[in-house]
Design a protein around this ligand. Structure first.
Ligand code: PXL
Length: 279
């Protein structure tokens, strides 16, 4: 049997489960090969005070040239946290080189949360990231990233469904074929995802269960699970549902450790669920 293969372009945060330390196990547990193109190595993600940062921008080209010579094929190109402005351009080149007619491109435009950019990112980052979104089949921003990408003011709560539909249309106008806005809530019991298929002009909302706790890395759990499901050929909005339900399970499994929220969620306990679901 031929395995599907995704490549995850993301950082290695050595501590505090997120980015590649989430993408690798989650995508693998879904029965998909996960090649990696590391963008940076950090001692821990940027919410840990005093983190070290080793930029791997200079490695992107040599690694991709080697793969190009070998004519490697990817069913999905999935990009997440990029370590420098130049990397945004390099990822665009990578897509131009490796995107074939059957390759899906998923861009998680990792920029920030809670209305603010992550440490290390300047205002130039969102401007460049906008251009990368043009190349995507699917982009998966949260509300903060949506604000920075569209130039709209950040509205974290109290919005209407009409507002979210407008925001999705603005995001789609960046050029991606489909958009999923994560962390969307229209009532206090539900926290879900709003999906927009720009080709079909179709809006759907999937209301996940809201758990009153915030853990680091859940955006990466969501995007990695979505990537796995979408790579398997599962329909866009169904893949978004699977990713939402799995992320909720991971949060539930971590509720006994709320005070250590920056260490991420205990997705390890939930991987068997994912394997079962994908069988
Ligand atoms: O989860 C997003 C993310 C990925 N990579 C690094 C981060 C963050 C969020 O803080 O710092 C290095």
């Amino acid at each position: 049997m031929k395995l599907k293969r995704a490549v995850a372009i993301n950082d290695i945060s050595c501590m505090g489960k997120c980015s590649l330390t989430v993408a690798l196990p989650v995508i693998s547990a879904m029965g998909i090969e996960c090649a990696v193109l590391p963008t940076a190595v950090l001692s821990a993600h940027t919410a840990f005070e005093g983190f070290t940062f080793c930029d791997l921008t200079h490695q992107i080209k040599p690694v991709s040239e080697h793969w190009e010579k070998r004519k490697e094929h990817f069913d999905t190109i999935y990009s997440g946290y990029l370590g420098s402005i130049e990397q945004i351009e390099l990822v665009a080149d990578f897509i131009d080189t490796f995107k074939e007619s059957d390759t899906k491109v998923i861009i998680d435009p990792v920029l920030g949360d809670g209305g603010r950019l992550y440490t290390n990112f300047t205002d130039e980052f969102p401007r460049k990231m906008r251009k990368l979104c043009q190349k995507a089949d699917v982009i998966t921003p949260n509300l903060t990233e949506a604000a920075f990408l569209t130039g709209r003011e950040y509205v974290g709560e109290g919005y209407t469904e009409e507002y979210i539909k407008d925001l999705l249309a603005d995001l789609a106008s960046l050029g991606a074929k489909r958009v999923v806005l994560t962390g969307i809530s229209y009532d206090e019991k539900r926290l879900g995802v709003a999906c927009y298929d720009a080709q079909k002009k179709e809006y759907t909302y999937y209301p996940g269960e809201r758990i009153e706790s915030m853990f680091h890395g859940t955006g990466d759990v969501w995007a990695s699970t979505f990537t796995g499901a979408y790579t398997k050929g599962i329909d866009f909005s169904k893949a978004a549902e699977i990713a939402t339900d799995f992320t909720v399970e991971c949060i539930k499994a971590t509720m006994d450790d709320k005070e250590n929220h920056w260490y991420g969620v205990k997705f390890e306990l939930c991987l068997p669920l994912l394997w079962e679901k994908m069988k």
